[in-house]
Design a binder for this molecule. Structure first.
Ligand code: NAD
Length: 252
């Protein structure tokens, strides 16, 4: 295949950035999408990627991202749907606008981006779709109702589209990590420290790593390494999987 065209969302920071860097290192032409243009443009320049500013909580933003990629490169071979946020609140206080936003960004956008990329992958009889899901796509924790509902939905989207994609040469998988060292988690550590009157180290040890057999945060580059493997031809029989990288959390 000629150089592969890989779209990565939420690519200005954290896991998305590490995945974009890993795919670029692997030789792919990367299209990095994010609502944060300042950081996104700067990072894209470093790895020779195209940056597209897009608000993926909007249907028009998802459409514009794939249309821009097709106009510029003529194809989409790899889709990494990663953009996401967290909001922690008891269900009775959970802001309804926040629920709508999170479901749009973290469940509807993965569906729309899959739908819009599908014809190109189908035409080329080859595609790789990977959703950056979460251990919370498989199990629950309290106070994260929107996040956990969206991520469980992504697990269903992964399985259903894998069944449709198999005969077309398109594989679809989810990666389900536990806590990864990114700005999203740094914010949660700070919040939890305040809520529970603990130090940030105590939050990591006593709350985040409580159920982990391997007692450390995951590095974003470790997700990048798994993505590059799943995008290779060696991984052709991985499809419909929600692959845990959870330091043993769900083994308990
Ligand atoms: P992050 O905050 O470092 O990065 C998220 C990126 O998404 C940011 O660059 C942000 O600007 C972008 N974004 C936010 N809203 C957007 C919108 N409307 N349109 C486009 N882009 C938008 O977070 P991260 O930790 O790298 O998380 C990335 C993904 O990984 C999320 O889906 C998250 O649920 C998942 N995840 C993270 C962890 C973790 O511990 N960090 C664990 C499991 C799953």
């Amino acid at each position: 295949m000629a150089q592969r065209i890989a779209v990565v969302t939420g690519a200005a920071s954290g896991i998305g950035l590490a995945v974009a860097q890993a795919l670029a290192t692997d030789g792919d032409q990367v299209v990095m999408a994010d609502v944060n243009a300042a950081a996104g443009e700067q990072e894209a320049e470093k790895i020779g990627a195209l940056f597209v500013k897009a608000d993926l909580s909007q249907r028009s933003g998802c459409r514009q991202l794939i249309d821009t990629t097709l106009d510029r490169f003529g194809r989409v071979d790899i889709l990494i749907s990663n953009a996401g946020i967290q909001h922690v609140s008891p269900v009775e206080d959970f802001p309804e606008d926040k629920w709508d936003f999170m479901i749009s960004l973290m469940l509807t956008a993965p569906f729309l981006l899959t739908k819009y990329s599908w014809p190109s992958m189908k035409q080329n009889c080859w595609g790789r779709i990977i959703h950056i899901n979460s251990v919370h796509g498989l199990i629950a924790s309290p106070f994260k109702s929107a996040y956990i509902s969206a991520k469980h939905g992504v697990s269903g989207l992964t399985k259903t589209t894998a069944l449709e994609g198999g005969p077309l040469g398109i594989t679809v998988n989810s990666i389900c990590p536990a806590y990864v060292r990114t700005p999203l988690v740094d914010n949660q550590i700070a919040d939890q420290a305040k809520t529970h009157g603990l130090s940030e180290d105590e939050v990591i040890e006593q709350i985040m790593l409580k159920n982990a057999a391997v007692k450390r945060l995951i590095e974003p580059s470790e997700i990048g390494d798994l993505v590059t493997y799943l995008c290779s031809d060696k991984a052709a029989c991985f499809t419909g999987s929600c692959l845990t990288m959870d330091c043993g959390w769900t083994a308990t």
